[in-house]
Design a protein around this ligand. Structure first.
Ligand SMILES: *Cc1c(COP(=O)(O)O)cnc(C)c1O
Length: 421
């Protein structure tokens, strides 16, 4: 469910026509719906009702301050994976005790920042990290609350680049070594073991891998408790998938995911954390782009857009599908034609879709890429010296630019010239 719908023949974000934003902000741009963000957060939060829990939004999915503030005000915690994200969460008003620090490569500086600024817990991913954390906590004079991320060796059945729970992935410690590593942690003076963390991958469209992983976490909880550890919090990660091709995909419902959590770990009496990113932000955002040219090729027509792979890398990077829809609603029964939909960047990889059936389009028409709220703007770059595109947040009939497009002068003046030139 989202709030991007045709009304009176024009695609709207909530009560704002996308064409109006395009006229004022220029294309391409990202636009997010507040109502959709909040709805997704609330549906997940409600799915865990009856259990002591905190939904920690994985802010790497979309980390604009306005988005963070929207979710934080609704009660969300944050899952951060870098010092920069930690500072972003704090800047958006999230208290330290609602920020979880994940990631395989936390540096001593990042750890120091989180320990002095306040943190809910570190999800530790290796023994060397544990040693650094113990040392820095000693220097700061605090006890660091930790879970240890275990790798359950479960096939998440998702794209290889976003699967994280198989033994060959770089994430977590092998579950078979968990007892040994928990014993090491318990012996460290400046660490407090409070729970277990697991995250098996992203864009999971089947609940079975979650079930397998959470069963393993439940067994491990009992084993570690028998070893004398306090396991009072389970961080069950993120990864729940969303429908990208609306016509033929039906990923699991949050309610069923919540029931699965209750069934697998509910009896343990632990506080539950989840770290959804994509499920909250994905369908809350669109990228709007304008057709520059319609070019006839040999046996195929190209729609050349002003948006490109630097603005939205998911199709090039993950072979991802995004529904692409005209901003003016096509007349009923209009005959669709196939297009290769591409951007202006000088790489064949800058292709959003091949032979995609669309109503006939012309230069200056607007199209919206659906489901680009997660891993869209945050993964964009200035490749080809294309400015980072603006982000816009809609709430009801209001909208605001929440990140403006940089000027070319700003971009060029970030470089500095050595004195010998
Ligand atoms: C990326 C990531 C998430 C979020 O994944 P989604 O698929 O966006 O829900 C959660 N936790 C960790 C540790 C991650 O790396």
């Amino acid at each position: 469910m989202d709030h991007f719908l045709y009304r009176d023949g024009a695609l709207h974000a909530e009560d704002v026509p996308l064409a109006q934003i395009a006229a004022e902000v220029g294309t391409p741009f990202y636009v997010y719906s507040t109502a959709t963000l909040l709805r997704h957060f609330e549906v997940l939060d409600e799915a865990l009702n009856g259990m002591d829990h905190l939904v920690c939004y994985a802010m790497k999915a979309a980390s604009n301050q306005a988005i963070l503030k929207t979710l934080a005000q609704a009660g969300a915690g944050m899952d951060v994976v870098s010092g920069g994200e930690y500072l972003r969460a704090k800047a958006a008003g999230v208290p330290g005790d609602k920020i979880v620090f994940s990631g395989v490569g936390k540096t001593a500086d990042e750890i120091h920042m989180a320990l002095t600024g306040g943190i809910r817990q570190f999800n530790v991913e290796s023994e060397p990290e544990m040693e650094v954390l113990n040392r820095v906590a000693g220097e700061v004079g605090v006890i660091a609350p930790i879970t240890i991320r275990v790798n359950p060796d479960v096939d998440a059945k998702t794209h290889a680049k976003i699967a994280t729970g198989k033994s060959e992935n770089k994430f977590g410690i092998p579950i078979a070594r968990a007892r040994e590593v928990y014993a090491m942690a318990a012996a460290m003076a400046n660490l407090e073991v409070i729970g277990i963390d697991v995250h098996i991958g992203s864009q999971l469209t089947d609940l079975a891998p979650f079930e397998l992983a959470y069963q393993k976490v439940a067994e491990l909880t009992e084993t570690l408790r028998a070893d004398g550890h306090t396991i009072r919090r389970l961080d069950l990660g993120g990864g729940l998938g969303i429908p990208y091709a609306r016509s033929n995909e039906a990923p699991p419902l949050p309610k069923d995911y919540g029931d699965l959590i209750k069934r697998t770990v509910g009896h343990l009496g632990c506080e539950i954390e989840i770290e959804p990113g994509r499920l909250i932000a994905g369908n809350s955002g669109c990228m709007v782009s304008e057709v520059i040219y319609v070019k006839s090729g040999e046996g195929r027509d190209f729609l050349i857009l002003d948006g490109a792979m630097n603005d939205l890398i998911r199709p090039a990077m993950y072979e991802a599908h995004h529904d692409i829809v005209p901003v003016i609603e096509p007349a009923p029964g209009v005959e669709q034609v196939p297009y290769d939909i591409v951007g202006p960047v000088c790489e064949s990889g800058d292709t959003f879709a091949k032979q995609r059936m669309m109503p006939p389009l012309a230069a200056k028409d607007l199209v919206a890429f659906r489901s680009t709220g997660a891993y869209g703007a945050v993964m964009s770059s200035e490749y080809n010296t294309r400015p980072l595109i603006p982000e816009v947040l809609v709430k009801g009939d209001q909208y605001a630019v929440i990140r403006r497009r940089p000027t070319f002068d700003e971009m060029i003046n970030r470089d500095s010239i050595p004195e010998w030139l």
